[in-house]
Write a protein that binds this ligand. Structure first.
Ligand SMILES: [Zn+2]
Length: 249
């Protein structure tokens, strides 16, 4: 079975605008193979790559998170091979969060850089308590986006605070944690509750250039990381539409 653990899709009428405002803001260089970021385009890629399930790791600015979560859950209700994550913000009502999980959410996604709150913001404590109680995984964006350093919230020391404080929560660190290998190996050793995703670390096809500093500049380097960390803790992720799941697989 093949599961793509990391993709983004948007409503068809908004997809193009969202993707181009994202790439503009972060000075990325899209290539012609950049995905459309829509449900039909992603399903086409899943068929081409024999992907059984794809995890939707949608998020957005805090003011839009509720609406985005509702949209993501509806997308997964319409296509049962999507696994929906929901996003959060400090101070979110746990009753609301629990409702999303009753509707089918399977985990939480945070992009603390763009969403602009620290992973250890005291307003998130009830969220972590909820995740710890039910064994719910949390996916973090890791590293800078392109070479625009928005804040320190996606840097390894900041993310490690959460991972160390909540050993009962599985944390998925995207982009092999987007750090220099020695720091990443240390993090893997310190926190057995961390899982690493492969997105943008394998040279399947770069749909976008300069997504972040290329710590995993060669596949040899990436394979060494898989061996060192152990494949049981490596999750496949494409970061569609910014990566191509077909080529990465
Ligand atoms: Zn992503």
């Amino acid at each position: 079975m093949i599961i793509d653990g990391h993709a983004h899709v948007y409503a068809e009428k908004n997809a193009e605008r969202i993707i181009s405002s994202f790439t503009d803001l972060h000075h990325m260089e899209p290539t012609p193979s950049l995905g459309k970021g829509t449900v039909p385009d992603l399903i086409e890629k899943m068929e081409a790559g024999n992907t059984d399930y794809t995890v939707l790791a949608n998020f957005g600015p805090v003011k839009s998170v509720d609406r985005i979560n509702e949209w993501t859950l509806a997308a997964a209700e319409n296509f049962r091979r999507f696994i929906p994550l929901v996003s959060v913000y400090p101070g979110i009502e746990i009753k609301k969060l629990a409702g999303w999980f009753r509707r089918g959410a399977k985990g939480i996604k945070m992009h603390n850089g763009i969403q602009n709150f620290a992973p250890d913001d005291p307003g998130l404590r009830p969220v972590y308590a909820f995740c710890e109680r039910y064994g719910i995984p949390i996916t973090f964006h890791c590293g800078e986006t392109s070479r625009v350093h928005l804040n320190e919230y996606t840097d390894i020391p900041c993310l490690m605070k959460a991972a160390e404080q909540y050993p009962g929560i599985p944390f998925v660190m995207t982009h092999l944690m987007a750090g220099d290998p020695e720091t990443v190996y240390r993090a893997a050793e310190t926190c057995p509750n961390i899982i690493f995703d492969t997105s943008i670390t394998v040279t399947g096809e770069r749909c976008i250039h300069r997504i972040h500093d290329d710590f995993w500049e060669s596949d040899e380097n990436t394979v060494r990381a898989f061996r060192k960390i152990g494949c049981r803790r490596i999750a496949f992720g494409s970061d569609y539409p910014f990566g191509n799941p077909v080529r990465d697989i």
